[in-house]
Design a protein around this ligand. Sequence first.
Ligand SMILES: NC(=O)c1ccc[n+]([C@@H]2O[C@H](COP(=O)([O-])OP(=O)(O)OC[C@H]3O[C@@H](n4cnc5c(N)ncnc54)[C@H](OP(=O)(O)O)[C@@H]3O)[C@@H](O)[C@H]2O)c1
Length: 431
Amino acid sequence: MSNLQPIRVGILGFGVVGTGLYQVLTENSDSIIQRVGRPVTVKRIADVDWDRSRDVTVPDELKTTDAYEIINDPEINIVAETIGGLEPAMKFVMDAIAAGKSVVTSNKEMIARHGHDILAAAAANSVDVQFEGAVGGVVPIIRTLKESLDADHIYEIMGIVNGTTNYILTEMSREGLDFQVALGQAQQLGYAEADPTDDVEGIDAANKLAILSAIAFGRRVDVDQIYREGISQLLPEDIAYAHRMGYVVKLLAIARRRDDDSVETHVHPVLLSQKHPLASVSGPFNAIFVRGRACDEVMLYGRGAGSLPTGSAVAGDVIDSARNLTKNAAGRVPCVCAGQAEIVPMGEVSSRVYVRMKVKDQPGVMGAISTIFGSQSISIACVMQEDTDGQTADIVWIMHECGEDQLTGALAAIQALPIVEAIPARIRVEG
Ligand SMILES: NC(=O)c1ccc[n+]([C@@H]2O[C@H](COP(=O)([O-])OP(=O)(O)OC[C@H]3O[C@@H](n4cnc5c(N)ncnc54)[C@H](OP(=O)(O)O)[C@@H]3O)[C@@H](O)[C@H]2O)c1
């Protein structure tokens, strides 16, 4: 047993992640002593509501409703912020840093929007700020990018970083469900919030992509510049067509660094080749696929949310900070960003694309549409026509790589043809 004083931790917010963190730190306390060389103990927990029932029992002397009993406690070395949202979490974190404490957090929104200011404050105060739990739950992507792959030139990240949407898409695909039915099922199982907007509209994934691309490419990414489309407009028939053509439909967060260092960042549904490693990631799981010059391809997989998985990631940060404090090395891994990324406008991004049209079932339709694609220099990789009711037919196209603006122009001209009733789907293709 070590003679060193324990490292004392204060937890702000005792909900899903806070309780998981407490459980991991208390249940594994013996092995943690062995690994850190001294005890790491939870001294205080702040939450605004102690009447709510939780799966975890906590001694009364640990409980407070006042975050500042933790932030101002000179004995507490590490503050874990697991409240979420921008305020008061941001103020608590900045005040904890100013009070000389290392901070760990699972708050993606706060890090995506204010990570730079928080890390600058941490550097000025020689403390750590770590946020592994903010992206991908237990998936250890932040430390992998910041440390293991730090010497490499990373040029692409593709991630399934939202378990709610991945669960919904998996069920739509397996059972042929409508979006609303699959969402209701996800809500019943606790995989989706009562207000699912942040998840299903890709807002949560965009926050995570801002964090990942900033670390991977060394440039800050403004989350409001990330192009975003959610999954609420996806139709089961497109998922079925995709399946027949050798694809699965996933919500992907994609970031690519171009040779001139500008960055593409977009979150949207994708037809992903069934052969791609991310295609087999189903249900609420997350995975992040990274390409770099030296590493080639790396993929990390795990539970993207949940009390113990996310608690484990946050506890890992606590242990790392505790080690750094023990060796007087707090602030060992600084902010890696130099300046703001130049974001490529979505109109200038190119990809292969799946398009489905409802057209009048009559001669000459295919020719008229192909002529418009040809006039815009868009080349067709694959086309499939299916009769629907004798009057109208579905035509499904997969285009070779073409620019977003180029395709938008062609589809506007096609939509104006009297033989075209609707263009219900336009989905980018990867893999
Ligand atoms: N849930 C996951 O699986 C997961 C996974 C990865 C990352 N995250 C992130 O982790 C963070 C926490 O998420 P969560 O799901 O654990 O949220 P949660 O279950 O709502 O827990 C937050 C807790 O903080 C309490 N709280 C609110 N204001 C407070 C204050 N001023 N002082 C002290 N406590 C306060 C809340 O109490 P009331 O409920 O009474 O307001 C609640 O008990 C978020 O940033 C989230 O995005 C969550």
